[in-house]
Design a protein around this ligand. Sequence first.
Ligand SMILES: NC(=O)c1ccc[n+]([C@@H]2O[C@H](COP(=O)([O-])OP(=O)(O)OC[C@H]3O[C@@H](n4cnc5c(N)ncnc54)[C@H](OP(=O)(O)O)[C@@H]3O)[C@@H](O)[C@H]2O)c1
Length: 294
Amino acid sequence: MLRTLSTNDHIALRTSQHLGHTDTLTQSIAVIGIGTMGRAIASGLVKAQVVSADQLVLHDRDHASAHKLAEELAGASVAINTATVCRSADVVLLCVKPNDVPQAIAQMGTLSPHTLLISIAAGVTLSALQDAAGADVPVVRAMPNTPCLIGQGLTVLSAGCAATDAHMSVAHRIFAALGACQSLAEKHLDAVTALSASGPAFVYVMIEAMAAGGLSCGLPRDVATAMAARTALGAASMVLATGMHPAELRDQVSSPGGCTIAGLLALEDGGMRSVVSRAVEVTARTAAGLGRRT
Ligand SMILES: NC(=O)c1ccc[n+]([C@@H]2O[C@H](COP(=O)([O-])OP(=O)(O)OC[C@H]3O[C@@H](n4cnc5c(N)ncnc54)[C@H](OP(=O)(O)O)[C@@H]3O)[C@@H](O)[C@H]2O)c1
């Protein structure tokens, strides 16, 4: 049984990341929707050598984007028809926008109870997926993020009623190859969507803002951007590697009467902490409504 997120996440996340790079899969995987995420996941799996390219069948309603990725991956095949590929695949990874999910599942036809359907769509609930696919189809919801492309992703999984531990193990092995992977109750997935799936966008803004400060102080633009990104990477790694509370780590950087506390007070003046927290909150609320928009 996979365990859920706990206060020891920093340890668990490192462990699953490590496992991912040694665990190969024999299943055939159909990827439906070759946009930002379908591309990141398919490329990430091949890069991590968890599957060989010939285990992947790619489908997008724009056939050209599936063909382009298949060429890049050398060995992956392209399916022109969703139903044909979904009939023969062991795992179907559904990577279309939330509003496109009902149509995409309808196009799959009748899925076998042996086919594992994994949806990464934000806001589309397990019960909606199960209604569309059939009650006996094993369904898993996954919430990955774009750093999956470089093996630095974070994915949270939730099991549908027909998904067994064996199905969850397959889903876990797929996403652990792309970074850290955990299972969590479905009620948390909108918060996860906001924090870790949308989260990279928030961190990019922070990196941009810090780099702009460096630029304003006279650093060359490329130096400032690389420095801000490395600083974010180093600080995040400190939180995960030490397990210390971020406030404790922040205190280590701020000496009495020093320059860091002056900068931190400027951030507090701007309401940075509540602005970022509210951004996560409003993103979670919006994510919850995504699957229900017409
Ligand atoms: N982007 C992220 O950071 C992120 C993170 C976590 C989860 N997600 C979830 O991942 C899913 C995909 O997001 P994305 O950003 O990768 O979207 P995207 O770039 O728009 O890619 C979706 C692709 O699927 C195609 N498509 C739509 N309906 C189809 C169908 N019935 N059959 C075949 N192909 C179809 C789309 O074609 P058209 O271009 O013609 O529409 C598009 O090429 C979303 O549900 C999102 O909630 C995204």
